[in-house]
Design a protein around this ligand. Structure first.
Ligand code: PGA
Length: 249
């Protein structure tokens, strides 16, 4: 049985004051949650996340990272910097990075490989746009995104990553994939992982992301191949995030 994982993706939201309220609220309401929990915060707040979360059951990490180890890459943040602040996770290939920052499947694959080599757990996002779904291209798109990553990391490493299926049309729109729609893609993704490494595929966590809320989380996470959630909007309010954590527990 795979454990459930609930990850907050704060995106470009937060302030020192708001973060402190949110993180202490999460810690206070956590009770004995069985699901693993993490928050991926904007890079400037990793220091604060470490200060507040260290020694707690909540892990933390970043939302993007450079594929380069160090050097003349103005504005970029590298793996060792994330590790300096105790990060465990890093999101790679979020659709907003792909759409607004031109990240290709190849670059996402490179970042994934570099994160693994550094000992971080990459949360690799795949997902189709509405146009692609309506054109019947969903599986072709997510397969191509995943293929690039599998090629870069090799069959042995597939359970060292966390995969996140995030249909682009469901992100921040309030339109969630139905549990059946999501499960269909998750099952196909796992089948692909199985073809690569049957044993490791059973241990690879595949999260769903896209307007997951406290009231739809339980149904989504009850699907056999949905192992948790990558949560945007609902991760910014302690009560909502805790509701999803409870649904996962
Ligand atoms: P959302 O975002 O929950 O606000 O739809 C999810 C994500 O983009 O990771």
């Amino acid at each position: 049985m795979r454990p459930k994982l609930v990850v907050g993706n704060w995106k470009m939201n937060g302030s020192r004051v708001a973060n402190a309220t949110l993180l202490t609220g999460i810690l206070e309401g956590l009770d004995n949650a069985k699901a693993a929990v993490a928050v991926c915060v904007p890079a400037p707040y990793l220091f604060q996340a470490e200060e507040i979360l260290k020694g707690s059951p909540v892990a933390w990490g970043a939302q993007d990272v450079s594929c380069h180890p160090v050097g003349a890459y103005t504005g970029e943040v590298c793996m060792t910097m994330l590790q300096d602040f105790g990060s465990r996770y890093v999101i790679v290939g979020h659709s907003e990075r792909r759409a607004y920052h031109g990240e290709t499947n190849e670059l996402v694959a490179k970042k994934t490989g570099a994160a693994l080599a550094a000992g971080l757990t990459p949360i690799v996002c795949v997902g189709e746009t509405l146009v692609q779904r309506e054109a019947g291209q969903t599986m072709a798109v997510v397969n191509a995104q995943l293929d690039a990553v599998l090629e870069a990391i090799g069959a042995q490493a597939i359970d060292k990553i966390v995969l996140a299926y995030e249909p682009v049309w469901a992100i921040g729109t309030g339109k969630t994939a139905t549990p059946a729609m999501a499960q269909e893609v998750h099952a196909a993704l796992r089948e692909k992982l199985r073809a690569c490494n049957a044993e490791a595929a059973e241990n690879t966590l595949v999260l769903y992301g896209g307007s997951m809320k406290p009231d739809n989380a339980a149904d989504l996470m009850a699907q056999p191949d949905i192992d948790g959630g990558l949560i945007g909007g609902a991760a910014l309010k302690a009560e909502d995030f805790l509701g999803i954590i409870r649904a996962a527990s």
